[in-house]
Design a protein around this ligand. Structure first.
Ligand code: DOR
Ligand code: ZN
Length: 335
């Protein structure tokens, strides 16, 4: 008897942190092996926020994924931009990512006051440049996303032709906004479909599951999972895979980020199979994103087989989500 198999065509990861230098060279090929493209986040130090840095970073990313059919969709870090600047970079980016000041890794030069970028948002709306947002305030940690939702609603109403992506949503209420505003879309990570705050801090503290926004309550996780399993047409997979060296995770002052890139697809196949929704996975990991973002990624077919494997303990000095855990599905072929 042969093992069950499953196929995905040109899977996309619409939110990834590749970093730079050695880390980029280590992690980018792990995404590029199975994904056909991905949205590369701009929160470097200094951030990707001018033409020169965008060009240099795009070139560095392309070198790191050379040999793979993988299209990097680059982003700019939000600051006040002139129309001329936006015009020069428009064709090289998939959107501009807004980080409120200080809410997450390398966001200290983020936007302190939204009024500072009003003109930029108006230009983006005119020019058809997408806005991507890390939607958190600095309120109590479990309330940060909910407290930001009025900002999404205000932006969606005031800039009705601006496409706005709520990145890595973690709450039931954020998911509900998808059906209230035509120009609001969202990405969701793997970890937020699987875990709650209990998994991070309910027992022994697990730094490898600590990320921003932090995982929330069971009802939040369940609402997100339901939207993913039905492949809600305004929702796309974005892993937010965010590698940090082990000494920045297993320490006091642990950095935020869960590293899922090399195992995300295999785990998604398992999760959708368990929930009887394998027929929706293609839409969730590729077709929705192709439609929402208007992209046509390289052709790539990933074949999964139910042969079982174990998640590696490490990739160099980076520890993935669930090291050592058994995986039902493995990647048997990519062509
Ligand atoms: O957990 C996170 N890690 N959330 C973010 O928003 C940024 C990311 C990172 O860059 O490490
Ligand atoms: Zn991120």
């Amino acid at each position: 008897m042969t093992n069950p198999t499953c196929f995905l065509h040109s899977p996309l990861d619409m939110h990834i942190h590749f970093r730079e230098g050695d880390m980029l060279r280590r992690v980018a090929p792990l995404s590029a092996r199975t994904f056909a493209g991905g949205v590369i986040m701009p929160n470097l130090v200094p951030p990707v926020d001018d033409f020169g840095r965008l060009e240099r970073y795009a070139a560095e990313v392309r070198t790191a994924v050379a040999g793979h059919a993988f299209e990097p969709y680059m982003t700019l870090f939000m600051r006040p931009y002139t129309e001329k600047e936006l015009a020069s970079m428009k064709d090289r980016i998939i959107g501009v990512k807004l980080y409120p000041e200080g809410v997450t890794t390398h966001s200290d030069t983020g936007v302190g006051n939204l009024r500072d970028v009003e003109d930029t948002l108006a230009s983006m709306e005119e020019m058809g440049i997408r806005l991507m947002v890390h939607g958190e305030t600095s309120d109590f940690v479990l309330d940060r996303e909910r407290a930001f939702l009025p900002v999404y609603e205000d932006l969606a109403a005031r800039f009705p032709r601006l496409d706005i992506v709520m990145e890595h949503i973690t709450t039931l209420e954020a998911a509900a906004l998808l059906d209230r505003h035509e120009n609001l879309y969202a990405t969701v990570t793997l970890q937020h479909l699987l875990i709650t705050l209990d998994d991070v801090a309910g027992g022994l503290l697990n730094p490898h599951l600590f990320c921003k926004p932090i995982a929330k309550r069971p009802e939040d996780r369940d609402a997100l999972l339901a939207r993913a399993l039905e492949a809600h047409p305004k929702l796309a997979f974005g892993s937010d895979s965010a590698p940090h060296p082990v000494d920045r995770k297993e320490c006091a002052g642990c950095a935020a980020g869960v590293f899922t890139a090399p195992v995300a697809l295999q785990m998604l196949v398992g999760l959708f199979e368990e929930n009887g929704a394998l027929d929706q996975l293609q839409a969730f990991v590729s077709d929705n994103a192709q439609r929402i973002y208007g992209v046509a990624p390289p052709e790539k077919t990933v074949v999964f087989e139910k042969t079982g494997a174990v998640i590696p303990e490490r990739y160099g000095d980076v520890i993935p989500m669930y090291p050592g855990r058994k995986l039902d599905w493995t990647v048997a072929d990519v062509h």
